[in-house]
Design a protein around this ligand. Structure first.
Ligand code: AMP
Length: 308
């Protein structure tokens, strides 16, 4: 089954303890779509400006991503500039230039409206709502957000939460959004608002799944190589939804598996700047790393004798 991803298409300027890169390919939709494309046919929608380099479109096309709904808009591409300190779980924004995002008003064609798996990547929540209202009978809708929108469009974000199956959010943002340091309590509040499930991304520490009746924790991975965490959350989401679309199975066991697939994809994405590691990634590496994740999260039962 296919995946529709809507979000930003960006040129990022990123500084980490491992270097600085200017105007590199980024954007929430781009990171998510590349990751999803390893599993399922993926269509991408997002605003791009006249200055967006053709070579990036060629790369997306080479991954089999459906670009038919992309149109260059008058003006400059969305730009984000940020840096990370030694704690690379926390992105610090230097500058956000919305540019063509300000005029972005997606109108889905009939075929796109019927896409079964939809990921509303980090984007203006008012645009996310416009997209939700056009969808026809989706099997699963997931969304993401960030501090920028929590601060500027909180009410619209509440509306998004009411309408999605899965809300993906990182740990500092869920605390900010639900105004509590207690993550399980924050997740409970989001479930009460209307989300069917909440996934809290904890960067190098893993990810948590909260539903009304279940709790699951994806393990951390001992990352030997990492240079740039930008796009980790979106790669996670792309792997998560792409895998669910590929299998079409929404059982709890498979959702747990999808969480690990998402973690695997994020762990590769951060190994290099921009999409550079994903360009080199081979399918067998995904399977191998999944096995490592499995090993790290297994433990044996306590023997009753220990309590005797
Ligand atoms: P993440 O997966 O959370 O690291 O997302 C990183 C991507 O989000 C970057 O490539 C940015 O271009 C993009 N981004 C940054 N700020 C925003 C924003 N306010 N809205 C949408 N996308 C953004």
């Amino acid at each position: 089954m296919s995946v529709l991803i809507i979000g930003t298409i960006a040129l990022d300027t990123v500084e980490t303890p491992f270097g600085k890169k200017q105007d590199i390919l980024g954007g929430s939709a781009v990171h998510a779509a590349i990751s999803s494309s390893f599993f399922a046919p993926t269509r991408i929608i997002g605003p791009l400006g006249e200055d967006f380099p053709e070579e990036h479109l060629t790369f997306l096309k080479s991954r089999g991503i459906d670009l038919s709904a992309l149109k260059k808009m008058k003006g400059k591409t969305f730009r984000w500039s940020g840096f990370y300190e030694f704690d690379m779980n926390q992105a610090h924004t230097r500058d956000t230039q919305l540019n063509v995002l300000l005029d972005f008003d997606p109108k889905l064609d009939e075929e796109t409206k019927k896409t079964p798996f939809v990921f509303l990547a980090n984007l203006d929540p008012e645009i996310q709502l416009k997209v939700i209202s056009q969808l026809k009978g989706p099997k699963l809708v997931a969304s993401d957000t960030m501090d920028f929108w929590i601060k500027s469009k909180r009410e619209a974000l509440h509306e998004v939460v009411k309408k999605v199956d899965f809300l993906l959010i990182n740990e500092s943002e869920i605390r900010m959004f639900m105004e509590t340091p207690n993550i399980p309590l924050a997740a409970k509040r989001l479930l009460e608002l209307g989300a069917k499930a909440v996934i809290v991304k904890q960067g190098e520490h893993g990810a948590l799944l909260f539903t009304e009746n279940a709790h699951f924790s994806a393990p951390s991975y001992p990352q030997a190589q990492f240079k740039d965490p930008t796009g980790a959350g979106d790669s996670f989401a792309g792997g998560f939804i792409g895998y669910l679309a590929k299998t079409g199975d929404l059982s709890e066991g498979n959702i747990r598996r999808a969480l690990i697939v998402g973690s695997v994809m994020a762990s590769f994405n951060i190994e290099d700047f921009s999409l550079d590691r994903m360009k080199r990634l081979k399918k067998h590496e995904i399977g191998e790393r999944f096995e490592e994740f499995k090993k790290f999260s297994e433990f044996e039962a306590l023997s009753a004798a220990h309590f005797a």
